[in-house]
Structures are given as C-alpha cells and as structure tokens.
Design a binder for this molecule. Structure first.
Ligand code: SF4
Length: 460
C-alpha cells in the first residue's frame, strides 16, 4: 500500500538501498557519462516562490529515450520564517533519502556528482513524469521538515539551462564549504554523525567534525549542527566529542561510543586522521578514495569521475569496492575532496608528505591547500602511468617519501650488519677450572661459532 494513494508507485523507507541495474533501467539521470549535473537547495523569501509548484524545464521523463543517460539539474527552493541559508545543505541532502523512498528509483552521490536511475517497472506503473516525483518530494519535505513553509521544485533536463545554472551551483557549494574551514576539532565539544547511508552500508556512520568533512562532501559540521537542531530525530545527530584519547590519530571517546552504538557493535574504534588500523568507515557515496601504494609507501587519491585506471592499474570502481559497505580497510579510505583541504588530512600518516599521486583535476581543485614545497613532487596521470614510473618520478623530484625509503633502507642494512648475539639466556651456568660461573641475562657475541660432537658423551 503506497504512502500516497495518488502516486502510481509505492513510497517508503523500505525502498532505500534499492539498486537499479543497467538492464532494468528506463533512463539514467546524471551519472558518470554526463558531464554537467547538479542538485541544489536555496532558501528564498516567502514572496519569491510558489508553494507546491513543480516546474519541468526540458523534456519530461516520458519523453526521454529508453536506456539513455541525460543531464539533470534539481532546484529545491524553500522559504520559511525560521529558514536561513545555513540550512540549504541540510535541505539539499534530504533529496538523497527522499528520492530513494520511491519504488524503483535510485539516487546516488550528491551535488555535482548525482547519479539516478528510474527502473522500467516503475516507469510502466506510471512514474513517467517529474511532476509526480516533485509531488512526492514536496509532501516528504513538508512532513519531515515543518520549518519549511513554502517549497518549489524545478527539474531541468534542458542542457542549455543546466549550463547556465551550473556555475552558480558550484559557487554555492564552495561558499558553504569555505564557511566550515578554519574551525578546529579541538575547539568544539560536539561533532555530528550521519546515518543516512546505512541503507547501503549498514555499519557506516559518518563522523562530521570541523576538520573532517562527511564522506559525500555534502554535509559540513555547520550543516550537521543545523540539521540536528531542526530535526533531532532525523538521520543527523550530535555526538558529544568526549575525551581526546589520541590527538595525533584523532581518537575521541564520544566518537568511539557513537560508532559502536550506531553500527550495532560492528565498529568499536574510529581514528579520524589516519587511513591505518582504525580508519573512518567508507559508505558508498564518497567523492574519492585514498589508496595505499606499498611499493612507494605512499597514498594515491582517485575521484569518482576519474576515467581510466589509477596509477596502480585499478579504476575508481574497483578501488571503491575494496573499501565500501561501511568497512574499515587498512590503507583504503573513502572520503570527500573537502577533507583534502583540512590540516588534519591524514595528519597522522604524514599528511600531504605521504600523498604521491593525485589526478590533475583533483590537484587543481585543492592546490591552494597543498604545501608549496610538495605540490610539484606529487605526480598526476600526466606525469606517470605505472608504479615503476611513479617511483622514478618521486626519486627525481625528491618527494619527502623518498627520505623515508632511505631511512628504512639504512635501518634494515644496520640491522643486517649489527652484531647479534649467538646466544641469550636469563641464567647461564659455566663450569671451568673448578669454578662455577653463573651469568644472568646473558647475551653471547662471537665472531665464529664452532659446533663439535662431545666425544665423551658420545662414547657413553
Ligand atoms: S556520506 Fe555520510 S554524511 Fe553523506 S549522506 Fe552518507 S552518511 Fe550522510
């Protein structure tokens, strides 16, 4: 039984996490083959929008060719006496949950990275217009966020209109992200958790702190704060920071407790500033993956829309699969690009001094946050095509990681050359010349060890 009688498909939480395979899809909206796509929320004045209005700019769902991918822009405009622009990120992120409530509809990712699919069965049942989707969204928003008094939703498939609005959307995302920069984790007593992706990754909870952005890159600490205050029973909740257990690795007692509780005991420890041992869990809609490259003891980063293989020969999808699903995988880390702008970006692992390969597009986006003395020493896909080439590049550029190789080689060589005892014993009695000598905690060094058969013992 549908939540809404006049809607041709079922609507409900049970459809969250539903995957639509390529063969089962009517159309794809956004996704990896579409260059420009976005979803964005704006808070407007009461007289600027019309409550309940759904606008479609460009061809509607029923006019899109089966099996094809199309650009899409979604504009959610909200007004209310208590609304302000600080809530735009919160309203926008609700699209992920609400669109996934639709039977036979899949929404992945966020912002400029959205990827949706409408299933054939739901299309045949009658979900063939954005008007219907808009109606559902309108009701869910109004039910769950009563602070929204007026709501207008626009779906855009017209690529000229998308081109026109796209730069404004990017500028709005950047302004939101910039607001959260500068504040330190140690300066706040509450972090925020988001469990919105548990439908896809049951043990995953995003821990959102001023210095560690959410994995999807869509929710800042400020967004978390705003969301938890207007909808305390919603998917975003406050996490009292608790004690700092390990400042370097980013371990906080409150985070451990929240992770344990929300993951049903699956995850008991989370270290926020490292990719090793107890890294933050990775859901499925992270913007990028950091991956360890053992041959050079450094990290590569690859973003979702990167075409082709990363320097280790693996594409984003394979690297993402090796860490997604709410797991903590040593050396692999699903994360947002905004985390790369944080001074806590893998701080415990060496930060930018440990990053050895980053696609050019990402490097360009975060270049102002990469230390000047290392930026040219980090390779891109244009510099190297394999790990061997990467190794040579790093040596040639004297990347800081090379000093680590030299230090490790020296310590291995030193261990190999070091005099090691031929024998150790806690007590070692020696009888000689009528005396009995007892050595305590003995370590015996010898330049030569001769092993001979004891003739007397042999004869006996
Ligand atoms: S990635 Fe994290 S913050 Fe973003 S929707 Fe999923 S759980 Fe929430």
């Amino acid at each position: 039984m549908s939540m809404f009688k006049d809607i041709p498909v079922e609507v409900g939480v049970i459809f969250e996490g539903e995957r639509i395979r390529r063969n089962d899809m009517q159309v794809e909206l956004g996704g990896p083959t579409v260059n420009k796509k976005f979803e964005i929320a704006y808070v407007k004045q009461m007289d600027q929008i019309e409550d309940g209005k759904v606008i479609v700019v460009g061809p509607d769902l029923k006019n899109l060719e089966e099996g094809k991918a199309y650009p899409l822009g979604i504009l959610v405009e909200a007004a209310g006496a208590q609304l302000d622009s600080g809530l735009e990120g919160v309203i926008e992120r609700r699209l992920h949950g609400y669109l996934n409530y639709l039977e036979g509809f899949m929404h992945l990712n966020q912002r400029y990275d959205i990827w949706m699919r409408l299933g054939k069965k739901s299309f045949q049942k009658g979900l063939n217009s954005f008007e219907i989707m808009g109606k559902v969204l309108f009701r869910l928003f109004k039910n769950e966020l009563p602070i929204i008094e007026k709501l207008q939703i626009t779906f855009i498939t017209d690529s000229v209109k998308i081109d026109e609005l796209y730069p404004n959307a990017l500028a709005a995302y950047e302004a939101r992200d910039a607001k959260a920069r500068g504040l330190k984790d140690s300066e706040v007593d509450t972090f925020y958790g988001c469990a919105l992706c548990q439908s896809f990754a049951p043990s995953h909870v995003c821990v959102i702190t001023p210095q560690r952005y959410s994995n999807c890159g869509a929710i800042s600490w400020f967004d978390g704060k705003a969301s938890a205050s207007i909808d305390p029973k919603g998917p975003i909740f406050g996490i009292p920071r608790g004690d700092i257990i390990n400042e370097e690795k980013g371990e906080f007692s409150g985070v451990n407790e929240a992770a344990k509780k929300r993951s049903m005991g699956e995850v008991t420890k989370v270290w926020l500033y490292t990719a090793f041992d107890h890294p933050h869990t990775s859901c499925g809609c992270f913007e990028a993956v950091t991956f360890y490259i053992p041959e050079v003891d450094g990290f590569g980063v690859v973003q979702r829309n990167f075409k082709g293989a990363a320097v280790n020969g693996l594409p984003f999808s394979t690297l993402a699969d090796s860490t997604a699903g709410g797991r903590q995988i040593d050396g692999f880390h699903g994360m947002s690009l905004e985390y790369m702008r944080s001074s806590k970006f893998f701080a415990a692992d060496g930060g930018w001094n440990r990053i050895v390969w980053v696609p050019k597009e990402v490097k360009e986006k975060v270049k102002d946050f990469i230390p000047k003395d290392v930026i040219d020493k980090i390779a891109t896909e244009e510099d190297v095509k394999s790990v061997d080439e990467l190794k040579a590049f790093l040596k040639d550029k004297s990347h800081p990681i090379v000093a680590k190789w030299v230090a490790e080689e020296t310590s291995v060589a030193a261990t190999e050359n070091e005099d090691v005892p031929v024998m150790t014993a806690s007590t070692l009695p020696i009888s000689a010349g009528g005396f009995r000598i007892i050595l305590t905690d003995a370590k015996i060094y010898a330049s030569k060890v001769v092993i001979k058969k004891d003739e007397k013992t042999e004869k006996r």
